[in-house]
Design a protein around this ligand. Structure first.
Ligand SMILES: Cc1cc2nc3c(=O)[nH]c(=O)nc-3n(C[C@H](O)[C@H](O)[C@H](O)COP(=O)(O)OP(=O)(O)OC[C@H]3O[C@@H](n4cnc5c(N)ncnc54)[C@H](O)[C@@H]3O)c2cc1C
Length: 563
């Protein structure tokens, strides 16, 4: 037991677990990170980071058999030949879909931090006030002011490029220089702002080093080269991942023990001590069970896996899952509605070119129901758009010769693409729970996922499609096409909830510092803790929550509150 005892245990080494590890280690705690996947060392284990396109047998596409064998993960746009080794394959980790739900996962050291699209926006005060004001879910136990300093703390460390836009719906952060909009994007922005003074499109905020600062260089990270090959792992460490950033920082303290191939089965609740004393794992390779002990446990296995682990942590005191006195564990799962997109043409501007790639888009913060309820649906959506010239080669049908060459040397017409990221309302009926009999290869019960859209999502989708088309028309676009992808929940990869925060132990699982009401030495700071979803990409908020929760946990330990 002594050999297996640490000050703190972190479950998962992805975006939130990496932050927990760094913060705990830097505050002097001997920390064990338990990660179910294999080790992925920064740079060493990015096998395709320099592979040119012509060296992929199918130029980056996957063989048809692979796609057929993996219908779920194949629906993710980034599941291609250059990065398929970082994605969970369907058959290796089965789950049960009560309704269609595409659960996209990355089980390795670094988790999905190697795969994410790196868009990071702060929540605004309107997002934290939403559920309380509109009477859904439960009131958040915190407000923007509680988390703002932690956003700054995280942004400085990870490096976020962005422009200070002064919008109350999308608070500014600690930004590195922004990426640029091209001419047509600026034109669309101006024309929409003229028509709708409250709708300001801004350049996206993303976790890329546009101008590395000394503390980034000290992390061994360098400037973004806009290669747009991020999902392969970045040799420059130019975007934020656990592997390039937080885990090396944790290692540097000498306080980190990272144990890959450790499938967390459950948390250990000691009835005599009336507290959680550790974590039970199954070794992924040998299948041996081992127990590890610590004073505090951070649960960061990603939203649904954290639900699974807690539901599977059964004891005499908690027969229905750890801390689940109110029966709400696993319920109120929500996600982002990505179904709507719009494509259009912008005539002219053929003398205008842009150079290179850009790891972000243009974004419009939510403008619906912001200051008061005004629509026949709750909450709203963020919109993203980008404009670009279509491929070269407009002359393919022409004859060979000088004209053909000249025509092929020209870029095509301008196209505009817009998509939504809609808030969904957490509901008790959208839930996950354990199957009674089916287990995975490691003896862990399989998760049943019963999550679907509702009428609110349909209305919000319709509104995005109408408003988006209207905005693009006012911006001078033509050939406007609205599209409902009808994609299943999950493919947004922003699943949240199940272990929600709140003020009241009767209606929530976690308090304002992410401690389980019933087990205060257990902290949940990944997407599982989310009371509502907002309309922003969520990972920045998980990171800020995690840093804040660690600060609280270490202070509480020092005060002797968690012994
Ligand atoms: C293609 C793609 C694009 C995305 N784009 C964005 C974006 O632009 N912005 C944004 O905010 N978010 C984005 N996301 C989502 C983002 O990746 C997640 O929100 C984020 O990674 C969640 O962090 P996490 O720590 O909760 O989980 P993860 O990063 O998934 O890490 C969880 C870790 O826990 C491990 N684990 C799971 N179960 C167990 C167990 N039983 N025992 C031990 N270890 C376990 C996993 O192996 C994994 O390493 C994107 C995701 C993908 C895949």
């Amino acid at each position: 037991m002594t050999k297996n005892t640490y000050d703190a245990i972190v479950i998962g080494s992805g975006i939130s677990g990496g932050w927990a590890a760094k913060e705990l280690c830097e505050k002097g705690l001997k920390t064990l990170v338990l990660e179910r996947g294999r080790q992925v060392n920064h740079r060493e284990d990015y096998p395709t980071m320099h592979t040119p396109p012509w060296e992929f047998p199918l130029r980056g596409q996957l063989p048809l058999e692979v796609r057929k064998e993996n219908p779920v993960v194949s629906r993710c746009y980034a599941f291609k030949d250059d990065a398929d080794h970082f994605f969970v394959k369907d058959k290796e980790h089965p789950y049960i879909q009560e309704k269609p739900f595409d659960w996209i996962r990355g089980y390795q050291v670094g988790g999905k931090s190697l795969l994410w699209a790196r868009q990071v926006q702060r929540w605004s005060s309107f997002d934290f006030e939403g559920p309380g004001r509109d009477g859904f879910a439960v009131d958040w136990p915190i407000r923007y002011e509680d988390i703002a300093p932690w956003y700054s703390y995280v942004e400085r460390f990870i490096g976020v490029s962005g422009n200070k836009d002064g919008l109350d719906t999308l608070p500014d952060g600690e930004f590195l220089p922004p990426w640029e909009m091209n001419k047509v994007e600026k034109l669309v922005q101006e024309r929409i702002l003229q028509a709708y003074p409250d709708r300001k499109f801004v350049i996206g905020r993303c976790a890329h080093l546009t101008q590395p600062q000394p503390h980034h260089i000290a992390q061994g990270r360098g400037q973004c080269m806009a290669r747009s090959l991020c999902q392969r792992g970045c040799p420059f460490g130019a975007y934020f991942s656990s592997n390039a950033s937080t885990l090396p920082a944790a290692v540097a303290t000498g306080n980190l023990t990272l144990r890959p191939h450790s499938v967390v089965h459950s948390l250990i609740f000691d009835d005599a001590k009336d507290k959680v004393t550790g974590v039970r794992i199954v070794d992924a390779l040998s299948k041996e069970t081992t127990e590890y002990f610590a004073k505090i446990v951070f649960v960061n296995a990603s939203a649904l896996n954290s639900n699974l682990i807690l539901l599977n942590s059964k004891s005499n005191r908690f027969p229905n899952g750890l801390g689940n006195d109110n029966g709400l564990l696993g319920t109120h799962i929500a996600f982002h509605n990505y179904r709507g997109s719009i494509s259009a043409r912008m005539e002219g501007h053929l003398d205008s070119y842009y150079y290179g790639r850009r790891p972000t888009a243009v974004m419009l913060p939510n403008f619906r129901n912001v200051k008061k309820q005004e629509m026949d649906f709750l909450r709203g959506y963020m919109s993203f758009y980008s404009a670009g010239r279509s491929g070269w080669g407009g002359a393919r049908s022409e004859d060979f010769g000088a004209d053909f060459k000249a025509a092929n040397a020209e870029a095509g017409p301008w196209g505009v693409y817009m998509m939504m990221q809609g808030e969904t309302i957490p509901k008790r009926t959208n839930r996950v729970y354990l199957d009674d009999t089916l287990t995975d290869e490691w003896g862990v019960p399989q998760l049943r996922v019963d999550v679907g859209y509702d009428e609110n999502d349909e209305k919000s989708l319709r509104d995005f499609l109408d408003q988006g088309a209207e905005m693009l028309e006012k911006a001078g676009c033509t050939e406007i096409r609205q599209n409902d992808s009808r994609q299943a929940p999950g493919l947004d990869i922003h699943e949240m909830g199940g272990v929600r925060m709140g003020r009241d132990p009767q209606t929530s699982l976690l308090g304002k510092f992410h401690q389980m009401h019933a087990c205060p030495n257990v902290y949940v700071t990944d997407g599982a803790c989310m009371t509502s979803t907002g309309t922003q990409n969520p990972s920045l908020t998980y990171m800020a929550f995690t840093a804040r929760a660690v600060d609280h946990a270490v202070s509480a330990l020092k005060r002797g509150d968690l012994t």
